[in-house]
Design a protein around this ligand. Structure first.
Ligand SMILES: [Zn+2]
Length: 272
């Protein structure tokens, strides 16, 4: 497993804001044993594959030190930091790695604020959407962040190549994702869900996907559903481990099915 990371993502902060470099630093300390790769910034073309030009320009020209909305600040050079985070997602997709970067992205929709939500939720460009669009393959996006990925849903709603699954706390920000819509499968949960209900719900969610048709699984890996965190669903360390095992098993199940299909085909070709 390769970790995509740049020290640059620790450079910016906003006084008193909850989205801060410390969250990355803590994870960094635990992941030192892995191979690290340095990302390149995403291109304009990559951004424009999921966002409107007007919105990209809005972030590019944001006045340093201002607020874009009630909860999303514009620290100096935020455009460059957001480009690098999107570039990290692209590299993670290419390398089948894990992007340990900020700013996050899943609340950012095509024109910024998504599905009628009032704020960007500290997101600027939708990193996972940019990476999935570039791969252009049949993809399952699993969003395990404690908040609903309203931006990701908005971008991929109705997209035949993408299935979006989100397990999230409700009610809380952004207040969307109460029910499933077409290719976007939503599983709202109470703050008191805990490991057991969460994992049962995850299993139920994954059972609704024809995994044999999925070529790529992309994870929006926010960890704020951990007990006591911002969007706590009462998950423990062991709960997260089990999420990892279930996601890992998807690849094995898909491999087994592909192998069975191949064997059937070989048997069918044998002269009788
Ligand atoms: Zn979150």
């Amino acid at each position: 497993m390769k970790i995509i990371f740049s020290e640059k993502c620790l450079e910016y902060s906003w006084p008193g804001h909850i989205e801060r470099p410390e969250r990355i630093r803590k994870a960094l300390d635990l992941l030192r044993q892995y191979e690290f790769l340095e990302p390149e910034p995403a291109s304009q073309q990559d951004l424009l594959s999921v966002h409107s030009r007007e919105y990209v320009d809005l972030i590019k020209n944001a006045k340093a030190g201002s607020y874009l909305d009630g909860d999303t600040p514009a620290p100096e050079n935020i455009y460059e930091y957001a480009l690098l985070s999107a570039g990290a997602a692209l590299l993670a997709a290419q390398e089948k790695g894990f992007s340990l970067m900020r700013p996050p992205g899943h609340h950012a929709g095509r024109n910024g604020r998504a599905l009628g939500v009032a704020t960007l939720g500290f997101c600027y460009f939708n990193n996972i959407a940019i990476a999935v669009r570039k791969l252009g393959k049949s993809t399952l996006i699993l969003d395990i962040d404690g908040h609903h990925g309203n931006g990701t849903q908005e971008i991929f709603q109705g997209d035949q190549k993408v299935t979006f699954i989100s397990l999230h706390r409700y009610p809380t920000y952004p207040g969307t994702g109460l029910s499933s819509q077409g290719n976007c499968l939503n599983f709202p949960l109470s703050y008191s869900a805990g490991d057991s209900l969460y994992l049962k719900t995850l299993e139920q969610a994954l059972s609704q996907v024809e995994i044999a048709n999925v070529k790529v699984v992309g994870i929006s890996a926010g960890f704020d559903a951990h007990q006591g965190d911002l969007a706590s669903l009462g998950l423990t360390h062991e709960g997260y481990r089990e999420i990892g095992r279930k996601v890992g098993a998807l690849g094995e199940a898909s491999f087994r099915r592909a192998r069975r299909r191949l064997h059937r085909r070989i048997r069918g070709q044998r002269p009788s």
